[in-house]
Design a protein around this ligand. Structure first.
Ligand SMILES: [Zn+2]
Length: 114
């Protein structure tokens, strides 16, 4: 069977402040975009994993951030730290994650790439 990478994107709206940062130290919000890719073999059903199932798992992981103050969950809630958090939570759920991107704007993001 062919090895392949599949991905989904989703988003959440949240507030955060970056402690000690001259600009981002004030509480402000973003519509964060999250992209996740997993790798695997194409199975008999023609899929690596059902997109709907993948999106459901990712949405479960990020649901706690939606309309929340991320500082209450992650001490220093940079895009980098949110990315690490999402990556670790997806690995815990047994997904063969090869890329996680968390973007706080169209022109700013953090990414783990394996
Ligand atoms: Zn920010």
């Amino acid at each position: 069977m062919e090895k392949m990478v599949i991905g989904i994107s989703t988003s959440f709206s949240a507030a955060h402040s970056i402690p000690g940062h001259y600009k981002c130290g004030k509480i402000h919000g973003h519509n964060f975009k999250v992209e996740v890719e997993i790798a695997g073999e194409v199975k008999e059903d023609g899929m690596v994993m059902d997109f709907f199932d993948l999106k459901k798992v990712v949405d479960e992981v990020i649901s706690k951030f939606d309309h929340a103050l991320i500082n209450e969950i992650i001490e220093i809630p940079t895009s980098e730290n949110i990315c690490v958090h999402v990556y670790n939570e997806l690995k815990k759920r047994g997904l063969n994650v090869v890329r996680v991107r968390v973007a706080e704007n169209d022109d700013k993001w953090a990414e783990i790439r394996l």
